[in-house]
Design a protein around this ligand. Sequence first.
Ligand code: CTP
Length: 400
Amino acid sequence: MKLASRKVLLVIGGGIAAYKSLELIRRLRDEGAAVRCVMTAAAQHFLTPLSVGTLSADRVFTDLFDRNDEHDVGHIRLSREADLIVVAPATADLMSKLAHGAASDLASAVLLATDKPVLLAPAMNPRMWNHPATQRNRATLLADGISFVGPNRGEMAEAGEAGEGRMAEPAEIVAAVLARLGTGPLAGKRIIVTSGPTHEPIDPVRYIANRSSGKQGHAIAAALARLGAEVRLVTGPVALPDPVGVGTTHVETAAQMLAAVERALPADAAVFVAAVADWRVAEAAAEKIKKVPGTASAPVLHMVENPDILATVGHHVRRPRLVVGFAAETQDLLANGTRKLERKGADIIVANDVSKGTGVMGGERNRVTILSAGGAEEWPEMSKSEVATRLARLIADRLA
Ligand code: CTP
């Protein structure tokens, strides 16, 4: 019962994902939370106040100008009495209202009137999610200190549609609520983590990649979430599941990774674990490059440098308070790592030896040296998940 005596106000927006809100209410109450619900007019097309009220064991609030409600619990009291407001599903319309300060119905008025943390679980068609207007609203809301869980990638309710826009699962939303209300040392802190390799296209079927598995980065994201942080993981293509309780964005190229990281700012800390390709093919071919029989036609690839994501964020106007990078080296670990600390504007560099034979790239174990202005600290060889746990504790100490 990690949420005993905590009060959650759940705003249910109008979307097909609203059916998952019933399960969310049940899970929040299983953790001991008192759940009070506000439903928009649109939400009532998908769920009835009766079913929501039965599960929450409380009155359900639907109208801004309900005389009785305004008498005993108006929108100001509704928003102030909660420890946290969760909006699930958060529709494009609700996000837009909140980003622009509208207060045209009870749900938006409650959100505008609150001084409590707000957590949004967006759910909408992928095109609506990816529309520049929605992405602008999302950036505005993030800058206003509002947290997000999801949306996830996957099948949509509409037949044949897939993409980013599925509402996070109730278990993930509960994990995000725990992170926001929990008591872990990183509760209330937002941390960005990059992980995995990047894929740089040569043509539609070929790409340049590296041996990174994402194991270390994903383990760090999970370890930070366990300490209560709100984690935004930006990962290249990996064969790992998204860590539970972590907001995950999937990208392919270095340019996409940089854009996703910048969208996730501001943050309290950022940890750059991804093995970002240093170069990309200057102009990926639009069509598959064909062999020309009988000629010596092997293509010559012209490469250009990729943006350095760590260095960009290390020198950013919205630089997180703590910036952590990795240094994958095959020689002169300390000297090269220390140079990266300065050049990339990092506070900590986790240096590891990735020479052939160490088995670090793709393997389960790691041996790292922590470099910072305070000097070098060598950690013994341990599993990647132990490195992650220790690094998460170090980050919690540095942010304390
Ligand atoms: N990194 C990054 N963007 C890049 C290249 C690297 O964010 N385009 C980050 C990595 O995530 C890591 C750190 O920078 O945290 C160091 O990566 P590494 O590959 O060791 O350094 P490079 O800058 O690529 O230097 P070199 O390859 O010359 O050793």
